[in-house]
Ligand binder design. Structure first.
Ligand code: NDP
Length: 337
């Protein structure tokens, strides 16, 4: 059983060498009387929140990984054996699993059975899984969007951002996204149907850039990056704007997070800024599927993923999120069913 092991807690930008691939043995059978599920992992999902888990954290929303042990994350898997009443051999599932070929899941709480198999299974790491739910919850539940509003999304071409932008377009909003390369900017405009997009790395002054795209200001900001971008957005928000704080990837590798200077705008512009963790909203998953599956069938939603082949490539794929190497949702293919 090949496994991705965290060497030690990580300081600064994560490197491929912070993880090693180790082979161990595993019994492909759940012990008699156990509630556990044994799964064969098919796809692993590279998600930015795995970076904070690589450092020692206490009292956080996610637990730290244990150095010397396999890391965990979202994935798509097939049940090989089960002692759990909700899962049986052969079931396809998505949820939190080990970064390894086979995983023994003692408490399959964050596990969902896959009902619709007429789409690529990898989609359950993205559009039909946790990032899809994140886009849905953050946009519809937190942003109170209305037709015609001005929406800005950072890290817009990624797993979450590409979906938020398309949800906003379907609602009749004016949508602008930022991303870190020309290729991504082109994707935003030509594939995902954003009205405008720009490369934030090429802008000297983010506040001015946003003024260019939003001469009348921003009603909704879907926050994925934090730092300087947040400060620039605050200065460009409209009265009674909403900010869904989904993530702050620009801060994850800093030992000391950058300060935010323009929070006073929350008062003067009466902005509602709210953070969320998708895990608290999984009860809405069936409702989300009812919305997204028809959109997908009718070709109203585009989806781009970036698939690395083989468990050996998993560390590089994960680390690549923090330099923007991924184009679309970063997935690792592990095995066929
Ligand atoms: P992405 O697929 O968007 O991948 C991460 C992207 O972030 C990179 O491709 C890169 O794109 C961009 N990025 C990396 N470093 C920086 C930086 N310093 N400044 C600006 N952009 C940077 O990831 P996801 O869509 O999976 O996640 C997006 C955000 O949503 C993250 O912040 C994540 O933590 C958050 N999240 C929150 C959840 C919640 O429950 N609240 C659940 C899931 C995700 P580029 O080339 O454009 O720079």
């Amino acid at each position: 059983n090949k496994q991705i092991i965290l060497n030690d807690y990580v300081i600064g930008f994560p490197k491929e060498s912070d993880m090693i691939v180790k082979t161990s043995t595993i019994k492909l059978k759940v012990p008699e009387g156990s509630n556990a599920v044994l799964v064969k992992n098919l796809y692993l999902s590279c998600d930015p929140f795995m970076r904070p888990r690589m450092k020692k954290m206490e009292g956080s929303y996610a637990e730290s990984f244990t150095p010397g042990s396999p890391i965990t994350g979202y994935g798509v898997a097939k049940v090989v054996d089960s002692g759990h009443p909700n899962f049986k051999k052969g079931d396809l599932v998505w949820g939190v699993t080990g970064w390894e070929e086979y995983s023994f899941i003692t408490a399959p709480v964050a596990f969902f059975k896959i009902g619709h198999t007429d789409v690529p299974l990898s989609y359950y790491t993205g559009i039909l899984g946790m990032p899809g739910m994140t886009a849905y919850v953050g946009f519809y539940e937190l942003c109170s969007p209305k037709k015609g509003e001005y929406v800005f999304i950072s890290a817009a071409s990624g797993a979450v951002g590409q979906l938020v932008g398309q949800f906003a377009k379907l609602m009749g909003c004016y949508v602008v996204g930022s991303a870190g390369t020309k290729e991504k900017v082109d994707l935003l405009k030509n594939k995902f149907g954003f009205d405008e997009a720009f490369n934030y790395k090429e802008e000297q002054d983010l506040e001015e850039a946003l003024k260019r795209y939003f001469p009348n200001g921003i009603d909704i900001y879907f926050e994925n990056v934090g730092g300087k971008m947040l400060d620039a957005v605050l200065m460009n928000m409209r009265l009674r704007g909403r900010i869904a704080v989904c993530g702050m990837i620009s801060q994850y590798n800093l030992e000391q997070p950058e300060g935010v200077h323009n929070l006073f705008c929350l008062i003067t512009k009466q902005i509602r800024m709210e953070g969320f963790v998708v895990g608290g909203y999984y009860h809405l998953y069936p409702k989300f599927l009812d919305m997204i599956l028809p959109y997908m069938k009718e070709g109203k939603i585009e989806y781009v993923e970036d698939i690395a082949e083989g468990i050996e490539r998993a560390p590089a794929a994960l680390v690549g999120l923090f330099s923007g190497r991924n184009v679309g949702k970063q997935v690792v293919f592990i095995a066929h069913e």
